[in-house]
Design a protein around this ligand. Structure first.
Ligand SMILES: [Mn+2]
Length: 405
């Protein structure tokens, strides 16, 4: 049986607006705004260079349902390049770019195959003679909460069968909070050779035989989407699967931890953090968050300079734009462990309750907001990680209430 080679990517979120970064120096902000496109261009170059048989995109090509003309035109350019190089592309749309939201559509070249909102099977014969069947569906509406996996056919006749699915892996019980949920065993039952997932932006391989894969997004879009981002080059033969990660990010979101133990003066601390940022290794532009710890020995003046942003501003003024930019976007201080014990009994009680909350308690606490009839349509369900971030931020606010001027 001939082997096949393809690229699996997802969650391009082309033309993401990067809200909240407008205050950055204009040149840097322009690079950031262009980054989702630049990442996709790198990905297409990799596909051409590797001469893959085809490409699959598992949803969320665009960031918004009313995708901009700019995003469509730039995507079309890349699809034309793939067309010229005889690389077919198989696409499902996800919750961010569901079919119902299509306001206008540029004519796509005939190497582009988009799945409809009904689960369907498409067949492809590679130039080396392998028969591949690809199954999937596009989101017709923004919220798909049904277990659509039951509609995927079993026992398809082909050399290779690949499933495309945009959704969340989760148990039956968390159904109400997730998109097109499925379990790993449900996917395995189908006897496919590869599951090309999308939706979760953190790259992860859920299973190796057969591979069940979230490639993550191709460009981080905020401080929580740290590290390298990209796609997988997949090679399947009769017995094995080989996956190679190809980084595509144009700008990397990074985190650096800095201990301030033993430091006293503003100047020293400034130099110390600056050096730590310089030592952060990266080949591309990066946006750094600095986590300072061991701050209990610092004077109130220094602590204030960290909290009110003075230190951050000083550091930013110094990071001139160059070939590659290292921009510190925030400095966070982790509260010392002892804080929790030294607070008064009321705060201690609140903290105890809040740190023992699980995701379901969190959802109950937010039910009024999440289930509000006017908001429900617009809100994505909160992922486990977002819920724990909310709890963490609440703890920090209780321990370090913002000073009222
Ligand atoms: Mn997405």
């Amino acid at each position: 049986m001939e082997k096949i080679r393809f690229i699996h990517c997802a969650d391009l979120h082309l033309d993401s607006p990067f809200k909240g970064l407008q205050h950055l120096p204009a040149e840097l902000f322009a690079r950031i705004q262009n980054s989702t496109f630049a990442a996709f261009e790198k990905l297409v170059q990799a596909a051409i260079h590797e001469q893959v048989d085809f490409m699959v995109i598992s949803g969320d090509l665009f960031d918004e349902e009313d995708r901009s003309i700019r995003a469509q035109a730039r995507l079309l350019n890349q699809f034309n390049l793939l067309h010229k190089n005889e690389i077919p592309v198989y696409i499902i749309h996800g919750n961010h770019d569901y079919l119902g939201g299509f306001r206008l559509r540029l004519d796509m070249p005939d190497n582009i195959h988009v799945f409809s909102d009904e689960t369907e099977v498409k067949e492809l014969n590679t130039k080396y003679g392998a028969v591949v069947k690809i199954t999937g569906f596009s989101y017709g509406t923004r919220h798909i909460r049904d277990r659509r996996i039951s509609e995927y056919p079993k026992q398809l006749e082909a050399d290779y069968v690949i499933g495309l699915l945009h959704g969340s892996e989760g148990s039956v019980h968390s159904e109400h909070e997730s998109y097109a949920p499925f379990s790993i065993s449900e996917l395995k039952e189908k006897n496919y050779h590869y599951w090309a997932l999308g939706h979760i932006h953190q790259r992860q391989i859920l299973n190796s035989e057969p591979p069940i894969v979230y490639p993550g997004n191709i460009q981080g879009r905020h401080r929580k989407e740290t590290g390298e981002k990209g796609c997988y080059l997949v090679e399947l033969d009769k017995h094995d699967a080989f996956l190679t990660f190809i980084p595509t990010q144009e700008i990397i979101w990074g985190e650096v931890e800095v201990s301030l133990d033993g430091f006293e003066r503003f100047g020293e601390i400034y130099q110390h953090i600056k050096r730590a940022a310089e030592e952060y290794e990266t080949q591309c532009d990066c946006l750094l968050q600095i986590h300072v710890r061991d701050v209990s020995g610092l004077s109130p003046d220094i602590l204030a300079a960290i909290e009110n942003g003075d230190l951050l501003q000083a550091l930013q003024a110094d990071s001139a734009a160059g070939e590659t930019v290292k921009w510190i976007h925030s400095i966070k201080s982790a509260p010392p462990e002892t804080d929790i014990d030294s607070k008064d009994p009321f705060i201690k009680d609140v903290l105890h309750t809040i740190t023992n909350m699980d995701a379901d308690d969190g959802r109950k606490a937010l039910a009024e907001l999440i289930e509000h009839p006017g908001l429900y349509r617009f809100m994505d369900p909160l992922e486990e990680e977002e819920m724990s971030d909310l709890v963490q931020e609440a703890v920090e606010l209780i321990l370090h209430p913002p000073r009222v001027q």
